[in-house]
Unconditional design. Structure first.
Length: 582
C-alpha cells in the first residue's frame, strides 16, 4: 500500500515543465514540414508522410494558396506536454492549435487528445490545422468563422489507400455526435458568428454546423460557384448573413429552409485517383539535443505570449537538470519585454556571457528589448544606439530571413533613423509578404500604401485587415482611406460608414482654398497627425505653417516619426517621393 501511494504521488505531481524537460526530443523533417516531438518518432514518420500526401491533395483538389514556408509542428506526447506549450486554458479547450505569428506559422498537437477516435485521430487534427495554415498563413483572403472551421473539418478526414485512391467527405466522429444530438446553430447565428463571441456549447455546434454547411456547398458544382461568389463578397465587406443566400440566388428564408432539412447523418463521401508522383519521399529523423529542444520550446512560449513567471519556473527546473543555456535566458528576456518589464529584461541579458552574445537568440532578444524600450520611453534621439539595433536586425535578416518579425523591426528601426520612406517600406513589404495575417504588420503597411497612393495594393491589404480588426474606430479609419482612394468610375467597395479617419480628412482638404499645404507624420503603429493651412500669403508660407502645425500635434500625441510635407495645393510631394495629384 505504501509503495502504491508513493508511485501515485510521483505520477500526479509531475509538472508540465518537468514533463517537457525530462522528455527525449526528436525532429522529423520532410521537404515541407518540420515536426518536433517527444513521442515515438516512428509513429510521427507516418504522420509526416500523410502530411506530404495531403499537401499535394490540397494543391490539386482544393486550390488553396500554396505554402511558402516550412510549417513547424509540435507533436506532443500527452496532455501535460501540450499544456506546457500552449497554456492551461488552451489545453482544456482543444487538442490542436494553429498559430500564425510574426515569427512564422506553428501547429501544436496533443497526440493523446482523443484516443477513442478510430483510425488515426492525430492525423485528423493535423489535417485540420494544416488546412488552417493553407488558408491563413500567406493568403490575403479571409474566411468567415463557420467556413474556416467547417472546411478544415471537411478535409480533416481525407484518407489515402494502398491503391493510390483518396477518399474525402467522411464526417469526423465528434461532428457526427454533435449533429446526432441536434447541436446545430440557427443559420443566422452561424453566419454572423465570430471567434471568442460564443460560448463553449455554441462553439461545438458551430464546428458541426460549419462542417455540415461547408460539405453541402463544396461538393456540388453550382453551389460551389455560389460559395466562391459569397467569399468574394464577404471579403469586400458584404453583410455576412445576407451575402450567402444572395450568392446562391435565393432568399434567406429559402436557404434557411434547406439548411434545416440537411441530413444530420449518412453524408456522402467521394473517391478519386491520387497521384503520388508529386509527393516528396525525403524524410529525415534525428534526435534533438535536449538543451536545444528546451531552448526552442522556451522561445516558442515567449513569442506566443506566455507569462514570464511561467518561463521562470520552466527555466528554474531546466537549471536543476543542467540544461540551462543563454538561449533560455534570451527567451525569458523576450517574455519580460512583451510584458513591458524592460529593466528586468535588461538584467537578464546582462547575465549572458560575452562569448554567447553573437548567438542568434541573444541578438534577437537584445535588439527587441532595446528597440521597444526606447520606443516606449520616447527616447529615439540616440542615433548610435539605433544604429547598433539596425545592425543586429540586418544580421538576423541575413541569417534567418524567413522570420517576418526581423524584417518588421528592421523597418521600424530604419524609420526611426530617418531613412527615406521608399527604403524602409521595401523592408516592411518583405515582412508583410512573410506574414500577411499579422495585424501590426498589415496595419502599418496599409497606411504606407495609402500615402503612396497605391490603390490596388492598398485594397488587397486592407480588405482582409478589415475582417480581422474589431474596433469600430479603426474600421472607420481604414474605410475612410479606402473610399477616398477610389477613382471615379470604379465600383465603390462598401465597408460601412467612413465618418472618421485620414481618408475623410484628405477628402475635406480638397475643398480648402488655394495657397494651401498639408504635412503629416505617421509612425510604425499607423499613428498619425496632420497639420494644414489655407489662404496663406504664399505657397512657401503655407508649407512652413503646415509643418509647424504638424510638429505641434506630433509632440502632443507622441507620434514617433517626423513631420514631412505631403501636399502642396493638391500635388503630393515629400513623403510620397513622387509628384501625383490628390
Amino acid at each position: 500500500m505504501i509503495t502504491f501511494i508513493l508511485v501515485f504521488f510521483v505520477i500526479t505531481s509531475c509538472t508540465s515543465s518537468e514533463q517537457l524537460i525530462n522528455s527525449d526530443w526528436y525532429e522529423v523533417e520532410t521537404e515541407h514540414f518540420r515536426i518536433v516531438t517527444n513521442d515515438n518518432p516512428k509513429r510521427i514518420q507516418k504522420l509526416a508522410v500523410d502530411l506530404e500526401k495531403f499537401r499535394v491533395f490540397a494543391r490539386n483538389y482544393i486550390h488553396f494558396s500554396p505554402d511558402q514556408q516550412k510549417l513547424t509542428i509540435y507533436a506532443l506526447s500527452d496532455r501535460m506536454s501540450f499544456e506546457g506549450m500552449s497554456g492551461v486554458e488552451n489545453a482544456g479547450r482543444t487538442i490542436g492549435r494553429f498559430q500564425n505569428t510574426s515569427h512564422g506559422s506553428f501547429a501544436l498537437l496533443n497526440l493523446k487528445g482523443n484516443k477513442y477516435l478510430p483510425d488515426n485521430p492525430a492525423r485528423q487534427t493535423l489535417f485540420h490545422e494544416y488546412t488552417h495554415f493553407l488558408t491563413h498563413s500567406h493568403s490575403q483572403q479571409n474566411y468567415p468563422y463557420w467556413f474556416s472551421e467547417g472546411v478544415a473539418e471537411v478535409f480533416s478526414t481525407v484518407a489515402f489507400d494502398k491503391n493510390n485512391n483518396f477518399r474525402v467527405g467522411d464526417i469526423p466522429v465528434d461532428r457526427a455526435i454533435s449533429l446526432s444530438r441536434s447541436k446545430v446553430l440557427p443559420l443566422g447565428a452561424l453566419l454572423e458568428a465570430v471567434p471568442g463571441a460564443i460560448n463553449a456549447r455554441d462553439t461545438e455546434a458551430l464546428y458541426a454546423s460549419g462542417w455540415m454547411l461547408s460539405h453541402w456547398l463544396i461538393f456540388d458544382a453550382e453551389r460551389l460557384e455560389g460559395l466562391n461568389k459569397y467569399l468574394s463578397a464577404y471579403n469586400n465587406g458584404a453583410d455576412p448573413v445576407a451575402a450567402l443566400p444572395a450568392a446562391l440566388g435565393m432568399t434567406f428564408e429559402e436557404l434557411e429552409s434547406l439548411y434545416q432539412k440537411l441530413r444530420k447523418t449518412d453524408f456522402q463521401y467521394y473517391k478519386g485517383l491520387f497521384s503520388s508522383k508529386e509527393v516528396s519521399e525525403s524524410i529525415n529523423v534525428q534526435a534533438l539535443e535536449n538543451h536545444k529542444a528546451i531552448a526552442e520550446i522556451a522561445h516558442f512560449m515567449a513569442i506566443t505570449g506566455q507569462e514570464a513567471e511561467t518561463l521562470k519556473e520552466f527555466i528554474a527546473y531546466a537549471e536543476q537538470k543542467a540544461v540551462s543555456s543563454s538561449a533560455l535566458l534570451s527567451a525569458l528576456a523576450i517574455a519580460e519585454a512583451k510584458q513591458e518589464n524592460y529593466s528586468s529584461a535588461r538584467e537578464i541579458l546582462d547575465e549572458i556571457a560575452e562569448k554567447n552574445r553573437d548567438e542568434t537568440s541573444y541578438l534577437e532578444a537584445a535588439a527587441m528589448v532595446f528597440l521597444y524600450e526606447a520606443l516606449a520611453a520616447g527616447k529615439m534621439d540616440d542615433v548610435q544606439k539605433f544604429k547598433k539595433i539596425r545592425d543586429a536586425y540586418v544580421t538576423l535578416v541575413n541569417t534567418k530571413g524567413d522570420v517576418p518579425a526581423y524584417w518588421h523591426e528592421l523597418a521600424i528601426t530604419m524609420q526611426v533613423l530617418g531613412y527615406p520612406r521608399s527604403q524602409y517600406v521595401k523592408i516592411l513589404e518583405q515582412a508583410y509578404l512573410r506574414a500577411p495575417r499579422d495585424i501590426n504588420i498589415a496595419w502599418w503597411y496599409a497606411h504606407e500604401l495609402y500615402l503612396s497612393r497605391d490603390t490596388e495594393m492598398f485594397i488587397r491589404v486592407t480588405q482582409p485587415l478589415l475582417m480581422q480588426i474589431t474596433s469600430l474606430e479603426s474600421r472607420e479609419h481604414l474605410s475612410s482611406m479606402m473610399v477616398e482612394l477610389q477613382p471615379a468610375g470604379r465600383p465603390q467597395v462598401e465597408q460601412g460608414a467612413a465618418k472618421n479617419g485620414l481618408g475623410q480628412l484628405l477628402s475635406e482638404y480638397r475643398f480648402l482654398s488655394e495657397n494651401k499645404a498639408l504635412a503629416i507624420a505617421m509612425d510604425y503603429r499607423g499613428a498619425y497627425v496632420v497639420g494644414y493651412i489655407e489662404n496663406s500669403a504664399s505657397q512657401s508660407e503655407a508649407n512652413e505653417v503646415a509643418l509647424q502645425a504638424c510638429e505641434a500635434q506630433r509632440e502632443q500625441h507622441q507620434v514617433k516619426d517626423r513631420c514631412e510635407l505631403y501636399l502642396e495645393e493638391e500635388v503630393i510631394v515629400g513623403a510620397a517621393e513622387t509628384s501625383q495629384v490628390l
